[in-house]
Design a protein around this ligand. Structure first.
Ligand SMILES: [Zn+2]
Length: 227
């Protein structure tokens, strides 16, 4: 998609912001942001704008080098997180950064969330690691820490004492991934009272991830996979 063809995408991003804030509680105030990959770079939410005031033209297009190429406003101050992550992981074409509650608990504990649920295996696709702590004002360093921690598999990473970054092949998938990430973090934490969650063996979660990425919704998805 080019930056000249983003009218409905801009509206989708605004709708997603409001859903994340009002229905899910993952965005609080103006904390939380979204990016979607375009041919020319990234379409990003602007900095310090209340989401219910946001109009499609308030979103900003930046190049992969970080220059504003379309838009009157400044992009989110967390632009570097989105930009560097999209360079590191080109498979993530939409990214949601939030401070959702349970992912934030895991991030405050500097813990990883292993693959403990089938839906997490499918949509997140791997163990979610926690980046080292970097103060939020050090944008470059924070983005680098997130890129160092994410690895090649999971489409999410925790930011120590800060929040979480979740991605997908498009905005809809990133939104689902953000919800499964939060659910996995919640289950992982709450399962501690029952002695702790059991991990899904790696060969099984990889098989489930592969099935989701390449066979979901096809006739092949109806057949049993061998062990
Ligand atoms: Zn943040």
């Amino acid at each position: 998609m080019t930056m000249f063809d983003t009218q409905s995408l801009r509206q989708e991003i605004i709708t997603a912001c409001l859903y994340l804030r009002d229905k899910l509680g993952y965005f609080i105030g103006t904390w939380g942001n979204i990016s979607v990959r375009l041919d020319e770079g990234l379409l990003l939410t602007p900095t310090r704008m209340e989401y219910d005031q946001l109009k499609p033209e308030d979103l900003v297009v930046i190049s992969l080098e970080g220059e504003i190429i379309k838009g009157e406003r400044l992009p989110t101050s967390e632009m570097e997180l989105h930009r560097q992550m999209m360079l590191k992981r080109p498979d993530l074409r939409a990214i949601i950064h939030s401070h959702s509650p349970y992912a934030s608990v895991a991030a405050a504990a500097h813990g990883s969330v292993p693959v403990i649920m089938d839906d997490m295996a499918e949509v997140i696709g791997g163990e979610v690691h926690c980046a080292k702590y970097v103060p939020a004002c050090r944008h470059q360093e924070l983005a680098q820490a997130a890129c160092d921690a994410i690895g090649p598999d999971a489409c999410a990473v925790l930011l120590a004492n800060h929040g979480v970054l979740t991605g997908g092949r498009d905005l809809k998938e990133a939104l689902v991934a953000a919800q499964f990430m939060e659910k996995a973090a919640m289950i992982f934490i709450q399962a501690q009272v029952l002695g702790g969650a059991h991990k899904i063996p790696e060969n099984h979660w990889r098989q489930e991830r592969h099935r989701y990425l390449y066979k979901y919704g096809t006739a092949e998805d109806m057949r049993d996979d061998p062990d």
